[in-house]
Ligand binder design. Structure first.
Ligand SMILES: *[C@@H]1O[C@H](CO)[C@@H](O)[C@H](O)[C@H]1NC(C)=O
Ligand SMILES: *[C@@H]1O[C@H](CO)[C@@H](O)[C@H](O)[C@H]1NC(C)=O
Length: 477
């Protein structure tokens, strides 16, 4: 538990630590000044003797200065802390876009459920892996309770001019899962497509969208197949995605968008007292083996590893094999394989983290959540695909990792696992808070883009073509 705190402090409150450090440094400098002054060497040391202090006795002035430095510190630092809270404006979209998809029905005028009584339930099974839309929306609603029980990284504001970002609460992954495969008469759009059309229509009519062209909007599209229609028009916004596998660069990219973890399906390993020698399986993989695009490595690896007796390599998705079996399998393995499937990312990585099974990642294109603040090499092994499929390369490499190194990574896994935990109420340092913070780190670049786009707002139409000039800054994306 103590470890967790240390690591979350490291990530969370760099700005507070910075403030603290500044205050200490200033105090230290002043203390030196008084020591020198009281020994009469201030002038020798090059310090002027300010009039302000010369009438009072030294110890009094020292106390006075300490007081003013401290109050300066607490003012500037608390201002900084307030700034680090992301201000989020959330559209009051009709319930059919969000909790209505959970069969919740509004009572009275509010489009939002009363989260202090019973929560609408998100459907279980594989749906859950993309349930981020549910947790983020709940956290915003919770930020408005009289006694907010939320992680504190984001608060809902009702004046969109005061917001850092405009949140679009469309449960797009659930819409895909529920409606995309539903049979509809030929040529008719399914409900998932219709909802996206309606969303585009709604958004582009809002003053918030018009004033920014959508550049300060935040849209959820965690399921790789969600928002396939709407994204063609909503691309100026920041998306929250599982990976960039099915996105052209012009629509989504690492500068603009945020990668969020899947919600793990394997249960968290509470009170894990296992160790290197108590986990009998060396390497564990469970998944579909024959995949379309990009998944060829799985097949090759299967033939390379199938005869190793301490390797578990089996097929069938977690759905059929049972989450329970996967939980047991991962908990009794030292390493868990993550091989690119038909998308670069999968739920399996987050299952491995939850089971404290050191992930071995063979997916050259994978993007990882919050990698700007988290060094995955401390708790994951990365192997380039071209090496992994060489004869004996992978198995020799994994066997060469000894007890000490494994234990170091296993310890780190236990420190970072809460960064991948979705829950309500959300708590400091969990996935919900890490995502808000990742969004907050996008805000300055987004503001820059937005301000660029407004440069010529006041210009009269150009004499050449009667149109307003359009700014074309370099590296504009
Ligand atoms: C920071 O936020 C708190 C509570 O929201 C408020 O009371 C305080 O005045 C704010 N401080 C500054 C410097 O804005
Ligand atoms: C919203 O905020 C802006 C900027 O702070 C302010 O000028 C405006 O009056 C506010 N609108 C309302 C309705 O409070």
């Amino acid at each position: 538990m103590a470890d967790r705190h240390v690591s979350s402090i490291k990530v969370m409150s760099r700005s507070s630590l910075y403030c603290f450090f500044m205050m200490i440094s200033i105090l230290f400098a002043f203390s030196w000044f008084f020591v020198l002054r009281s020994t009469g060497r201030a002038q020798l040391a090059g310090f002027p003797t300010p009039k302000l202090f010369s009438t009072a006795d030294d110890s009094d002035s020292l106390a006075q200065i300490q007081h003013s430095v401290t109050s300066f510190g607490s003012q500037t630092c608390s201002a900084n802390d307030n700034k680090s809270v992301l201000k989020v404006f959330m559209y009051d979209l009709p319930p059919q876009f969000h909790f209505g998809l959970l069969d919740w029905k509004p009572k009275g005028n509010s489009v939002w459920p009363d989260i202090t009584s019973q929560l609408p339930e998100y459907p279980g099974g594989l749906n859950l892996q993309h349930s981020i839309e549910f947790w983020l929306t709940l956290d915003l609603l919770a930020s408005e309770l009289p006694k907010p029980s939320h992680g504190g990284s984001a608060i809902r504001v009702h004046n969109s001019s005061e917001a850092d970002i405009i949140f679009v609460p469309f449960f797009s992954s659930l819409s895909y899962n529920r409606f995309a495969k539903a049979k509809v008469p030929t040529k008719e759009k399914n409900m998932n497509d219709l909802l996206q059309d309606k969303l585009v229509e709604y958004l582009t009519a809002q003053k918030e969208w018009k004033r920014s062209g959508g550049r300060d909007h935040l849209i959820l599209a965690h399921h790789p197949n969600s928002m396939l229609e709407a994204r063609k028009q909503l691309w100026p916004a920041t998306f929250i995605l599982a990976d960039f596998g099915r996105y052209p660069l012009t629509i989504a990219n690492v500068q603009k968008d945020v990668i969020a973890p899947y919600k793990h399906l394997v249960a968290s390993y509470v009170d894990d007292s296992s160790e290197f020698d108590s986990r009998p399986t060396l390497l564990y993989f469970q998944g579909a083996i024959y995949r379309k695009d990009g998944g060829l490595a799985r097949q090759e690896l299967f033939y390379l590893l199938k005869d190793e007796k301490d390797v578990h390599f089996s097929f069938g998705s977690i759905q059929r094999g049972g989450i329970q079996k996967a939980t047991e399998g991962m908990r009794s393995s030292k390493f868990c394989l993550n091989i690119a499937g038909d998308t670069p990312s999968s739920n399996r990585l987050f299952d491995a983290i939850a089971a404290h099974c050191v992930p071995v990642i063979i997916s050259d294109e994978i993007e990882l959540p919050y990698e700007d603040v988290l060094d995955y090499s401390e708790f994951c092994i990365f192997v380039p695909t071209k090496d992994a499929i060489r004869e004996n390369f992978l198995i020799n490499f994994i066997r060469s990792i000894g007890k000490q190194e494994w234990t170091r990574m296993w310890t780190k896994l236990k420190e970072v696992e809460h960064f991948f935990e979705y829950q309500f109420p959300s708590r400091e340092g969990d996935a919900v808070q890490m995502i808000w913070q990742a969004v907050a780190r996008k805000v300055p670049a987004l503001k820059l883009k937005l301000h660029w786009s407004k440069r010529f707002d006041r210009s009269p139409p150009s004499t050449d073509n009667g149109l307003k000039p359009i700014p074309t800054p370099r590296n504009f994306w």
